[in-house]
Design a protein around this ligand. Sequence first.
Ligand SMILES: Nc1nc2c(c(=O)[nH]1)N[C@H]1C(S)=C(S)[C@@H](COP(=O)(O)OP(=O)(O)OC[C@H]3O[C@@H](n4cnc5c(=O)[nH]c(N)nc54)[C@H](O)[C@@H]3O)O[C@H]1N2
Ligand SMILES: Nc1nc2c(c(=O)[nH]1)N[C@H]1C(S)=C(S)[C@@H](COP(=O)(O)OP(=O)(O)OC[C@H]3O[C@@H](n4cnc5c(=O)[nH]c(N)nc54)[C@H](O)[C@@H]3O)O[C@H]1N2
Ligand SMILES: [Mo]
Length: 773
Amino acid sequence: MKKDIDIPAAENPEELLKLKLTEPKKWAAGMPAVYEAMKDVLEEAGPIRGMEALFHMNKKGGFDCSSCAWPDPDDDRSPIAEYCENGAKALAEEATTKKLTAEFFAQNSVADLAKLNDYHIGKKGRIAQPVYLPKDATHYEPISWDDAFKKIAAHLNSLASPNEAAFYTSGRTSNEASFTYQLFVREYGTNNMPDCSNMCHESSGVALGDVIGIGKGTVTLNDFYDTDVIIIMGQNPGTNHPRMLTALQKAKENGSKIIAINPLHEAGLMGFKNPQRVKGILGLNPKLADLYLQVKINGDMALFKAIEKLLYEEELKTPGKVFDQEFIQNNTIGYADMIASLEQYKTEDLAESAGVSIEQVREAANMLKDKSRIIICWAMGITQHVNGVDTIKEIVNLILLKGSIGKPGAGLCPVRGHSNVQGNRTMLIYDKPYKKQLDKIKEVYGFEPPREHGYDVVDSIKAMHEGKLKVFFAMGGNFLSAASDTNYTAEALRKNKLTVHVSTKLNRSHLVHGEEAIILPTLSRSDKDMVNGEAQFITCENSMGVVQSSKGILEPISKDLLSENQIVCRLAKATIGVRTVVDWDKYAMSYDAVRADIEKVIPGFDDYNKRAREPGGFYLPNAPRTGKFESEKFGDKAGFSVTRLTEHKLADDEYQMMTIRSHDQFNTTIYGLDDRYRGIHNERRIILMNPADIQKGGFKPGEKVDLFNYHGGKERVARLFVIVSYNIPEHNTATYYPEGNVLVPIDTVAEKSNTPASKLVIIKIKKHQPIVA
Ligand SMILES: Nc1nc2c(c(=O)[nH]1)N[C@H]1C(S)=C(S)[C@@H](COP(=O)(O)OP(=O)(O)OC[C@H]3O[C@@H](n4cnc5c(=O)[nH]c(N)nc54)[C@H](O)[C@@H]3O)O[C@H]1N2
Ligand SMILES: Nc1nc2c(c(=O)[nH]1)N[C@H]1C(S)=C(S)[C@@H](COP(=O)(O)OP(=O)(O)OC[C@H]3O[C@@H](n4cnc5c(=O)[nH]c(N)nc54)[C@H](O)[C@@H]3O)O[C@H]1N2
Ligand SMILES: [Mo]
């Protein structure tokens, strides 16, 4: 193989580490998790800083864990620790005392840093001062905050149109900073606000917005404690939402059944030993999933159609006993069409497409038949597919048939990723804002916000390629490594005149940059945020629509960090200058002032400053949760959907690949090199394959391979992976994100949501060829 990449975009290693395999685990957490949690925090932050931080995490009046968006209990919280292993690791990453000063950047060139893998880049430490990379320079150099803002402002003001700039948001940004950020971007004049949601739950937002009138879930945590069946699909809670396991355990103790739907037997879906209970430590807790449906990748829609067909047969035998006909009659539109559309399929064929035996489908249908308190949870295994929006509509179909919405113990539960990703959208970070939201901004502030829709993530990348974007500004995140088609995205980023990142830690997006680049270091969730001698708190919205406060407690590692809100306000002043109608100084000095104005613009935030101070926060309004629908398309009803089943035809040497998270990462931040529950240690460049496929393809477990995708006649290569024989359906494979992103074609996206289809990439696997010079 010839070397064709001079400047590294993705990792391109020459050698692998020493992979070690152990038996995959059949349960999650337990004592090892407590040990793992403590170890990282103490190593990075030291004992005093580390313990202080852990003690305050997720406590009422403490700070919100920056890891996932799973809610905290409304009532009593654990007196010792309301966090999980992975929350503690997230904390360790930001509480670290290692810092990157001018000296570090002088000693390490951008090109040298780019040779490191993501794990080593991230472990370098917190960025301690603003730095600037001039045109053609090899090293970042110090810059003052004022000069940094002036430079960015000069670039923004030199553009032919504000639409030549894009403003990305990752999902940790607080409500307050999100609100001021979108206000700045809109007053500057564009809706180019791509965000991490575009790559994440956009399919859920689009589907739910369409059929139930709100792009959010409808359940609360308490619903889990009082339900009959919980379905968990396309989600790996043991790793990505570990505190959900506590809720599942309580649900089971209260008599609920659990159905897991996943191509992999994930430990956290099979069993849970709760480290915060004596019984758990002794290993006495029961298993979690009562029925485990090991679907093929993207077999979910076929599976749901099969279940619906079986339920319909039962409904015909005992009318009104299986479906909630009264609910359907009073609250929905499109029942007859949806039922009629099922007739074209045979249940056996559907089961086969799903990759599940007809007996298992029958078992699932039987578990649901007499029940109506049903909760369905899902995450990236459902949203990141070409037909993701339709699969979610099929999930809603089942919920509507059973009348399982708008009552206790029932509903839809898209489980969000980033800790404030839902809040970002509520605060109007969105490339396709609604008219009434923009009207409100105009009414409150008096300027005319841009009306034209902006670019989302995928369209931003394409626009950079076409030279339509010249400035890329990122509020957090790691755009390069998170987006699809890594090398194509790298080329796109390099075409910018200026790339700017507001970041806590160094990542690959700082190293694959525009003509000039700037890094603005910011406070993290656990840092003390002092303004005018007063410690400020921010607010976040979790996956279930609860808004609550978060107050950092750790001494920031450098005096030269600004909060995200301060950065926005100062940048807005520098950029819009005397033309602005917003009092940015007021917003910079007081988060209460920001909240007071959020209350005027966004519904549901009445008495925001008062209610944000109440322990545990408050719930935002959610019509479907109360049994009402307010939908643009269906008025006061919810809509059934007729969805289309996609066929997947593969050649013998083609495989479907999903890109998933290991147990030791938060998105592109790699905490460590182990995937403990799956039994994979000390290596991330692995591909999980079915043993029969390994044999048929002429491979061996442990063999080195290169992975290829040929979508659109272009060759994409991910080099040097090692085969791991694993319990995964035939012709299905898995690699880790972000290592696998090189292979995800930029235009293989979910219909209607434009989310990269990161869970189904068609690949070929070939024996590894070393690079020749
Ligand atoms: N510790 C930790 N916590 C996190 C994150 C993290 O990286 N680390 N990331 C956060 C973010 S932003 C998000 S969005 C969430 C992500 O949370 P998840 O969605 O749980 O994350 P993934 O690892 O992408 O897992 C997808 C799961 O779906 C399964 N799957 C893949 N394809 C299919 C399919 O076609 N059908 C079905 N039924 N299953 C499928 C995979 O086997 C895997 O179990 O977690 C959040 N929390
Ligand atoms: N192939 C594939 N690709 C995927 C996915 C997948 O499953 N498969 N998942 C997608 C999903 S669900 C998501 S959400 C995206 C994630 O995409 P992003 O949100 O862009 O990525 P992260 O890795 O979460 O961002 C990490 C960086 O954020 C910065 N950071 C951390 N905390 C803060 C903070 O408090 N403030 C600021 N300003 N910066 C901070 C740090 O510098 C860190 O390096 O990736 C997507 N990409
Ligand atoms: Mo996400």
